[in-house]
Write a protein that binds this ligand. Sequence first.
Ligand code: NCD
Length: 311
Amino acid sequence: MLRHLLNPLDFTVEELDELFTLAEDIGNNQKKYAHVCDGKTLATCFYEPSTRTRLSFEAAMYNLGGNVLGFSEASSSSAAKGESVADTIRVISCYADICAMRHPKEGAAFVAAAHSHIPVINAGDGGHQHPTQTLTDLLTIRNLKGRLDDFTIGLCGDLKFGRTVHSLINALSRYNNINFIFISPEELKVPDYIIEMLNVKGISYKQVINLEEVIGELDILYMTRVQRERFFNEEDYVRLKDFYILTKDKLNHARKDMIVLHPLPRVNEISVEVDDDPRAAYFKQAQFGVYVRMALIMTLLGLNAEEENNA
Ligand code: NCD
């Protein structure tokens, strides 16, 4: 049966556990996986700018021995001529074995999946979801903290437009004893539908404006950039863009074992002087992103290293 990843909840907690175990094995034994995707092709269909996500998918496929084709902006695809996502994916299905798609419109990857003959991975749909970033975040937390239960996580910055934030809250809401602290200016608060979901599930959260006030309570601090491209006017963006800047001084008030995550790209919200702090884990996170995408490609294609190496 054809399987896609459109929403982080498409995989059960048990399936995610298997995926993360595979990703960790990949990280520790890269050679074992070097030919698992020989002869397979990944299409990256990116209708919106990206560096990390597209390149990490491409790196993942190359590391598995596979090939990559695709486009990195809508203007260089037939979308510029008016082709629909549904038609594009039908055609891509003839050229590739699996497709990663990023699109500025919410729901685009769902439309693609409905018309596809190959697995579709949602690599970000507008301000909605970003499931592979969430897999990256969960794998990083699991690896550095040793667990996905029992912690306080502060999400800071643009909680309104940040799709990585929406996906991560959704995914973490299935684990036990997670306490959320949402840190944002009034204008960039978490959308109501997420707050309602947390209320329905009885999950503990609080909303604050001031980072310093809560930083000492956190096991994890997840920083995000203000999503300029989703603002309706530049003035609001300029007013809010430097609302939070994590500096060494502020980190002095945090726990010694807190970790700082960021999906990247960073703008000003984490001062570069923080990069040398052992708690700064955002570049490690980017490395985990490649391993988890390798594991995901293998899983969606139904491949495993033992069988492929013996074939
Ligand atoms: C994120 C995104 O595209 O939503 N970037 C990423 O995939 N690593 C975060 C962002 O752009 O701020």
